[in-house]
Design a protein. Structure first.
Length: 212
């Protein structure tokens, strides 16, 4: 059972108010919209679902779980960096993770190295006694929420359309969170080639609002 204190700490960590700068990253979505791969709520839902199942969502969940159980996060963090498919994706996870570690250390007094984001969250959650299932589920939901917010601004989608997509994908976040703790590091991989290419193309996109 998760206590109210642990739940509120996790909600604070994954809130848009927590200064990790998640709002400034689109995960390649900005280029996908420019290339008209994502044009409405339906194509955004499909794009996000594939990333959750076959890309960063699943990989981050696996990395988070292994970091949660690790005595030291160094080896898992190196693996997380190696699996970033582009310079911008690496920047995204490095910068958010470093910001998370700085803020968490400053508030709670825990000494944390500059880790990639899912590794940092998993490692910190274990040391704060926050249960793993809720940590993974809420991390995935926050990831999906951030990209939904980007889609609302970029496609553009209406607020109701965006929230409808997020509601439709919430059960998927729960399913992935249930599966991830049982998966080995050998299960890491990806099959979202267009999303990976989008993150590479975004590096040279002429007009950009987002950092990735």
């Amino acid at each position: 059972m998760i206590t109210n204190s642990a739940l509120l700490t996790l909600a604070q960590w994954l809130s848009p108010a927590y200064p990790v700068g998640a709002f400034s990253y689109s995960h390649g979505l900005e280029w996908a919209i420019e290339a008209q791969q994502v044009t409405n709520a339906t194509t955004f839902r499909d794009w996000l679902r594939d990333i959750l199942i076959h890309g960063t969502g699943r990989n981050d969940a696996i990395l988070l779980c292994h970091a949660y159980r690790a005595n030291t996060p160094d080896d898992i963090d190196e693996l997380a960096r190696a699996f970033a498919p582009s310079a911008e994706r690496l920047l995204e996870t490095e910068q958010q993770g470093a910001a998370f570690c700085r803020t968490t250390a400053a508030i709670w007094g825990n000494s944390l190295p500059a880790l990639t984001y899912p590794v940092a969250l998993g490692y910190a959650a274990a040391r704060h006694g926050i249960p793993l299932p809720q940590t993974v589920a809420m991390y995935l939901h926050a990831f999906a929420s951030n990209l939904t917010s980007a889609a609302i601004r970029l496609v553009p989608l209406g607020q109701t359309e965006g929230q409808t997509v997020l509601t439709a994908l919430a059960p998927l976040c729960e399913t992935l969170a249930q599966d991830a703790p049982h998966l080995p590091l050998d299960a890491l991989g990806g099959a979202v080639m267009l999303a990976d290419v989008a993150s590479m193309k975004h590096e040279t996109q002429y007009t950009r609002l987002f950092r990735s």
